[in-house]
Design a protein around this ligand. Structure first.
Ligand code: ADP
Ligand code: MG
Length: 257
């Protein structure tokens, strides 16, 4: 059952560096049970927004309330038992096994010097199966392809078992089959009560799978709502510099140069 208080509420959020405003006065909510797509041109501030939400960087103004409490007031382990994050780029420099990498996602649940339990290993194996990486647990992560590494990174996020999941371009290295499979997985996790926000470049993917989309332009929330309402010809042209329309027969968004 869903707890009433589960929510991420962003109010007047801003972030500036060296006098340059990167995120400006953003206000929105991420709800449990929903898959929110964050879209926008290169440099719009999407990654910065996710880094603020996950407390990697700190706002210049405004606030983020997680279950009614400002994220700055959480102890690290307490925070990362509630939210997890897949960064835009995650390199694997060390030749750890896939299982060892995924198990690092259990860190918020372990005491100092405590090692992972058999249950943790089972959880990690289950998450690997969810991303179609079952059977890879003993492989060195450095020997995997880019797409396989990306799926391992998703498994590491899932094993954290958080109410809210933030992902920055989670499908950028995936083939079309695994792109769809990942979006279906995220949608089913949302339907089980998670609140999920994913930065996506593929507007087709966002329109097919997301419950709502947030369009960022120059650090501002330009639009927020259901894809079919948000992705108007006018918005696609002004924000994304493409032509686009909805195909009445398939219900899919068609985008052209
Ligand atoms: P994107 O929407 O492509 O993910 P980002 O959030 O990564 O965009 O960056 C938004 C803009 O802010 C970019 O122009 C980027 O160069 C700039 N930016 C981000 N972080 C910094 C920083 N620490 N110092 C200067 N500029 C930054
Ligand atoms: Mg980015």
């Amino acid at each position: 059952m869903q707890k009433e208080k589960q929510s991420v509420k962003v109010s007047g959020l801003s972030y500036s560096v060296n006098g340059k405003t990167i995120v400006a006065d953003a206000s929105f909510e991420i709800k449990p049970n929903e898959l929110l797509g964050i879209v926008g041109p290169n440099g719009a501030g999407k990654s910065t927004l996710l880094r603020l939400l996950t407390r990697i960087i700190h706002p210049s103004g405004g606030n983020i309330l997680l279950d009614g409490k400002d994220v700055s007031r959480y102890q690290a382990k307490e925070l990362y038992r509630k939210i997890s994050f897949l960064p835009q780029t995650s390199y694997f420099d060390f030749p750890l096994s896939v299982l060892e990498v995924v198990l690092t996602g259990r860190y918020p649940y372990l005491g100092i010097f405590e090692s992972e339990s058999k249950e943790d290993i089972k959880r990690a194996e289950d998450c690997l199966s969810l991303v179609d990486m079952g059977g890879f647990s003993q492989r060195k992560v450095t020997t995997l392809s880019g797409g396989e590494q990306q799926r391992v990174s998703v498994a590491r996020v899932l094993v954290q078992e958080t109410d809210f999941i933030f992902l920055d371009e989670p499908s950028s290295h995936l083939d079309i089959h695994h792109k769809f499979a990942l979006m279906e997985l995220l949608k089913s996790l949302a339907r089980k009560g998670r609140g999920i926000a994913a930065v996506l470049h593929d507007l087709d993917l966002a329109s097919r799978f997301c419950d709502r989309v947030l369009v960022l332009e120059d650090g501002r929330v330009f639009a927020l709502g259901e894809p079919s309402r948000v992705f108007s010809e006018k918005l696609l042209s002004s924000v994304f510099k493409v032509r686009g329309s909805w195909d009445a027969q398939s219900g899919n968004l068609l985008v052209f140069r």
